[in-house]
Design a protein around this ligand. Structure first.
Ligand code: UDP
Ligand code: MN
Length: 254
């Protein structure tokens, strides 16, 4: 029996959404026993995402929750001011808990991974995710203001240090893309949640600290010598000309 990877992906409506989802889904098509939990940041499930998921041939669950008003970032605020995808990841976690509660033993061996829609994933990463015993960690490329951020290991995979440049007191100085956790642990600590009020940069640490300790972390990806996931970001497109067309009542045919 191959453990299932439950990958939780927040996503929101924007011009680049379908491009990001297409790239990600075509990575995931290479992965066996993957359950893609796609959580839209919206009041209702959109037709775009519903149609997209239906035709992409992956095992998926489609959910939605709109980020609360006070947590939404307006376009003039700097991106680091507010965290994105928090309520969506929490909904994914709680869906997993609800759907495993009544069936003891179901999901034994399964693993949970948070994968944003605009990151870049080597398909080898999913072997590392699947091998998770309690908590796995690995470096994330282009992250934390560095070429890469994350664990430093000895040759047994024991984490001996963390390579990071800021918020150095974080017990888990890693991005959401830099760890995977056993579903069992998420079910056992059934109230563990990502807190949108965590200090900036501390989301991952505050979340993981509710369930595990740094000494539980096993370094993977060739003892953390390899980068298998990159925190790439999709550039925000210029919209000025489209806005002019909209003002003239002649927007591009959607
Ligand atoms: N996201 C969201 N609502 C938003 C903005 C982003 O659900 O208003 C999602 C986004 O699709 C991504 C995750 O949350 O999967 C993290 O957002 P983003 O990639 O913009 O953050 P960054 O990588 O810049 O930290
Ligand atoms: Mn991103």
């Amino acid at each position: 029996h191959i453990p299932v990877i439950h990958m939780i992906t927040p996503t929101y409506s924007c011009w680049t959404q379908k491009a990001d989802l297409t790239r990600l889904s075509q990575t995931l098509m290479h992965i066996k026993n993957l359950h893609w939990i796609v959580v839209e940041d919206s009041d209702n499930k959109t037709g775009l995402v519903a149609r997209f998921l239906k035709k992409c041939n992956l095992k998926y669950t489609h959910l939605n929750v709109r980020t609360k008003k006070e947590l939404q970032r307006n376009s003039k605020e700097p991106v680091w001011r507010k965290s994105r995808g928090v309520e969506q990841r929490n909904l994914g976690l709680n869906w997993l808990r609800r759907n495993h509660m009544t069936m003891p033993g179901k999901g034994k061996g399964d693993v949970v991974y948070f994968g944003d829609d605009d990151n870049t994933y080597d398909i080898e990463l999913f072997d590392e995710i699947r091998a998770t015993r309690k908590l796995s960690v690995w470096p994330v490329g282009i992250c934390g203001g560095l070429r890469w951020e994350g664990p430093v290991c000895d040759d047994k995979g024991t984490v001996v240090d963390w390579h990071r440049s800021w918020a150095k007191l974080r017990p888990f100085p890693i991005d959401f893309a830099g760890f995977a956790i056993k579903l069992d642990v998420v079910l056992q600590f059934s109230t563990a949640e990502i807190n949108p009020d965590s200090r900036i940069g501390w989301l991952e640490s505050d979340f993981l600290s509710q369930m595990v300790q740094p000494s539980d972390a096993e370094g993977r990806a060739s003892n953390c010598k390899k980068v298998l996931v990159w925190h790439t970001r999709t550039e925000k497109p210029k919209t000025k000309d489209e806005e002019r067309l909209i003002a003239q009542g002649q927007p591009s045919d959607p």
